[in-house]
Design a protein around this ligand. Structure first.
Ligand code: UDP
Length: 326
C-alpha cells in the first residue's frame, strides 16, 4: 500500500516505518524534525521535511502521492510541558492534526491510524482500565488527544473517514535488532533515564514520590515494548481495511511494575549499581495505570510478545550502550 507516516522520524514512528518497509509497503515519511531524527529514517525511504500545520505543503504532498492510509505519530508528548505550555499542545496535537485530516478529506484519503494515549483517562476510577472507562484527562496533553478522538468520531459520521485510535500505555524498549531506539531531548521517561544512570551518562535516577498507595510506595505503570506497539499498528491497518469501521484500542501489557521494580530489574540486567535519589511526587502522576487490553486481543488478534520487563530493558540497554548514536 501507499502509506504516509507523519512523525516517522520519531521514536515509535521510526520503528513503524522499518516494519512497513520490510512488509513491502511504499512509505513516505513527513516530519518537521522538531523531535525526530532524519537518520532514524532509512535512506531508501522517501522523507519530506514538513509541518502538518502547513496546509499548502500538505496539499503539495497529497497531490504528489496517492496515499491509501495515514499513520499519525507527530505529537508532543510531555505531560509537564503541556501544563506549562498548553497552547503548544493544542496547536500541534489538535489544530495541526485537524489540518492534516482536512487535507486527507480533500484528497479523499479515508483511513487514519492515530497514536492516542492512556492519558485520556485521567486518574483511574477502576483498574485495570478498559476503553469504556470514563475519559477525564487531567492535563492538556491528554485533553488534546481526547479531542482528536472526538473529532475522528465526527469525521466518520459526516465523511466516512475510518480511523483506529490506539491508546498507548507506557511505550518502552528499542528495536530488538539494535538499529533504533528512544532518544528524546530532554529525556523524561523512566527507563531511558535509569539506563543513562547505569551507563554513567547521569549520576543517579530520581524516584518521583515514595508515598503512593502502592505496595512499595512508588507509581505503577504498564510498560509495553515498542515492537509490540508496531505490531498492533500493523494489525490496525488490516482491521481498518477488512472491517471498514472505526475503533479504539488500549495497548498495554496488563501488568504493572513500580518504579522500584523497574530500577531493580535494570540493576539485574545491566549489572550496574544504579544510584537512586528519592524526591517529591511529580505533578499529574496517577498512582497506578494498567491497561485492560482485551479488546485489542479479541478484535486485532494482538498479543504482546516482547513486553516482559526484562526484554524491554535488555533491548533499551543494548540501545543505550550504542550512545552516542550516529
Ligand atoms: N519517574 C520517576 N523518575 C524519573 C522519571 C519518571 O520516578 O526520572 C516515574 C514517574 O513519576 C512515573 C513513572 O516513572 O510514575 C513513569 O514515568 P514516565 O515519564 O516514563 O511515563 P509516564 O507514565 O509519565 O507516561
Amino acid at each position: 500500500m501507499k502509506i504516509l507516516v507523519v512523525g516517522g522520524a520519531g521514536y515509535i514512528g521510526s520503528h513503524m516505518v522499518k516494519h512497513l518497509l520490510r512488509a513491502g509497503h511504499s512509505v513516505v515519511v513527513a516530519d518537521n524534525f522538531s523531535t525526530g531524527y532524519r537518520n532514524a529514517v532509512p535512506d531508501c525511504c522517501a522523507c519530506v521535511e514538513l509541518d502538518i500545520a502547513n496546509s499548502e505543503a500538505l496539499d503539495t504532498l497529497f497531490a504528489t502521492h496517492s496515499f491509501e492510509v495515514v499513520f499519525h505519530f507527530a505529537s508532543f508528548t510531555q505531560v509537564g510541558e503541556s501544563i506549562e505550555q498548553p497552547g503548544k499542545y493544542y496547536s500541534n496535537n489538535l489544530s495541526a492534526t485537524l489540518t492534516l485530516l482536512q487535507t486527507m478529506l480533500r484528497f479523499d484519503v479515508k483511513r487514519f491510524i492515530f497514536s492516542s494515549t492512556a492519558a485520556v483517562y485521567g486518574n483511574p476510577q477502576t483498574t485495570p482500565i478498559d476503553e469504556d472507562h470514563p475519559k477525564q484527562p487531567i492535563n492538556p496533553y491528554g485533553r488534546s488527544k481526547l479531542m482528536v478522538e472526538q473529532v475522528l468520531e465526527d469525521l466518520d459520521q459526516a465523511h466516512d473517514l475510518k480511523s483506529v485510535s490506539l491508546r498507548y500505555f507506557n511505550a518502552a524498549g528499542a528495536d530488538p535488532e539494535g538499529t533504533l531506539g528512544e532518544r528524546h531531548d530532554p529525556e523524561t521517561h523512566l527507563i531511558p533515564l535509569i539506563l543513562q544512570a547505569a551507563s554513567g551518562r547521569r549520576s543517579e535516577i530520581t524516584i518521583f514520590g515514595n508515598d503512593y498507595d502502592t505496595p512499595d510506595g512508588t507509581c505503577i505503570r504498564d510498560y509495553i515494548h515498542v515492537s509490540d506497539l508496531v505490531d498492533a499498528h500493523a494489525r490496525a491497518l488490516d482491521f481498518i481495511i477488512e472491517q471498514k469501521c472505526s475503533a479504539t484500542f488500549n495497548l498495554g501489557n496488563g501488568t504493572g511494575f513500580s518504579v522500584r521494580q523497574v530500577i531493580d530489574t535494570a540493576r539485574r540486567i545491566t549489572g550496574k549499581n544504579i544510584q537512586i535519589r528519592e524526591a517529591a511526587r511529580r505533578a499529574g502522576d496517577p498512582a497506578r495505570l494498567v491497561a485492560d487490553a482485551h479488546r485489542a486481543r479479541d478484535q486485532l488478534g494482538w498479543q504482546p510478545r516482547n513486553s516482559s520487563l526484562e526484554q524491554i530493558i535488555e533491548d533499551a540497554w543494548h540501545w543505550e550502550q550504542q550512545y552516542p548514536w550516529s
